[in-house]
Design a protein around this ligand. Structure first.
Ligand code: NDP
Length: 385
């Protein structure tokens, strides 16, 4: 019996994780679930799975959570510290599926336990990669990637011989605007941006997929997770999202992981790892897929690719600034305060306008994140017409 906690249990990844866990009740037992403020979904899931603890990050939602859990014996908590408390409860396996850098402190709390921590939540790894990896090395925690690309690489990567790897190739669907001109992109709405052609995901990552910032964040994520140089990590457009990523060896062999575009496949891999478990998806029908296409990504139309590569090369505080500015800009776009093209422009301006010392601790990263958000919010104000 594996004990599990899901941080961000009410979101797209959290719901997919619960779906898998609830199919095998003899194999998994839920300990804690967290959300921001979706009390109804959180309480329903906590009652269904007989969790011991449920926490909302937004403390103003705690009274409603207490009411929803009254008489169930499930303890309720509220505020960011309660989410960290959930992350600290001893379990075998934790899913980090909070959106954004809000997941950083809870992930650190989970890592301190020294068990298995699964990272869907990529933003903390981008902003605080060194801090997270050092904490995992100290506690002995195992970090597993749930992001489909990194999970694919993990499955193909020979960790015993990283020097025999020539390239790691991240595949990108290209998002909903892959064939749009810059003029067309200037007019797009949040509704168009969140309508991803291949994947069903939360709003923030859907917008990131449309700007290709998601692929850029994944580039940084890959550089954190796998022992290869940044120049060895390439991005290729692959519209069908059937190959989830590839690893090429020095002898010319290229290993790829293929599967349906459903996050339950990589999540199941991390849930059962190093074993395997069945998932409910129908097998991939290769004849129906028919063909696999590849194209070079266009960094002129999608400047996020250039910005993320530059932030990765510069290192220090740059990835944290990039991520914080992007979170602010995406939220402003979803609120219709700025246009789609202004997302990357705000990220670029924030990176240019703020140059702190390298953050070496969790507190320092959180400080850089907070200040970068302040600078980015100023840029958003300048953009609002
Ligand atoms: P969703 O927006 O669907 O869900 C986000 C979850 O985080 C919800 O449970 C939400 O609670 C909770 N949350 C939001 N804000 C806070 C906060 N301030 N503090 C604590 N919890 C909070 O996101 P996704 O599931 O799509 O994505 C989650 C993470 O996984 C992201 O980092 C994303 O990049 C990554 N990822 C997602 C993929 C996908 O297919 N969706 C694929 C690969 C990676 P509430 O419901 O109450 O708001």
């Amino acid at each position: 019996m594996k004990t599990v906690t899901i941080l961000g249990a009410t979101g797209s990844i959290g719901t997919s994780t619960l779906d898998l866990i609830e199919r095998e009740p003899e194999r998994f037992r839920v300990v804690a679930l967290t959300a921001n403020c979706d009390v109804e979904r959180l309480a329903t899931a906590a009652i269904r799975t007989r969790a011991a603890f449920a926490a909302v990050a937004d403390a103003s939602c705690l009274p409603a959570l207490r009411e929803a859990l009254a008489g169930t014996g499930i303890a309720a908590g509220g505020g960011p510290e309660a989410v960290c408390e959930a992350a600290r409860m001893p379990v075998d396996w934790t899913m980090g599926a909070i959106v954004g850098c809000a997941g950083l402190s809870p992930i650190m709390a989970a890592i301190e336990q020294g068990s298995t921590v699964v990272l869907a939540n990529k933003e903390p790894l981008v902003s605080a990669g060194d801090v997270i990896l050092a904490a995992a090395a100290r506690s002995g925690a195992t970090l597993l990637p749930a992001d489909s690309e990194h999970n694919a690489i993990f499955q193909c990567f020979d960790f015993a011989r990283p020097e025999r790897i020539r390239r790691v190739i991240l595949t990108a669907s290209g998002g909903p605007f892959r064939d749009f001109t810059r003029d067309q992109m200037a007019q797009v709405t949040p509704e168009q941006a969140v309508a991803h052609p291949n994947w069903s995901m939360g709003a923030k990552i859907s917008v990131d997929s449309a700007t290709l910032m998601n692929k850029g964040l994944e580039l940084i994520e890959a550089a954190r997770l796998f022992p290869v140089a940044q120049a060895q990590i390439e991005i290729v457009l692959h519209r069908q999202s059937v190959i989830h990523s590839m690893v090429e060896y020095v002898d010319g062999s290229m290993l790829a992981q293929l599967g349906p575009s459903d996050m339950r496949v990589p999540i199941a891999h991390t849930l059962a790892w190093p074993d395997r478990m069945a998932t409910p998806m129908p097998p991939l029908d290769l004849v129906a897929v028919g063909r696999l296409d590849f194209e070079a990504p266009d960094a002129d139309r999608f400047p996020a690719l250039r910005l993320t590569r530059a932030a990765l090369i510069a290192g220090g505080a740059k990835p944290a600034i990039l991520n914080a500015a992007n979170e602010v800009a995406v939220a402003a776009f979803l609120d219709r305060r700025i246009g789609f093209l202004e997302i990357a422009a705000i990220v670029e301006d924030t990176l240019a306008g703020y140059d702190p010392e390298d953050p070496l601790t969790l507190e320092a990263v959180l400080g850089v994140d907070a200040e970068a958000r302040r600078v980015a919010r100023e840029r958003v104000k300048d953009c609002v017409h």
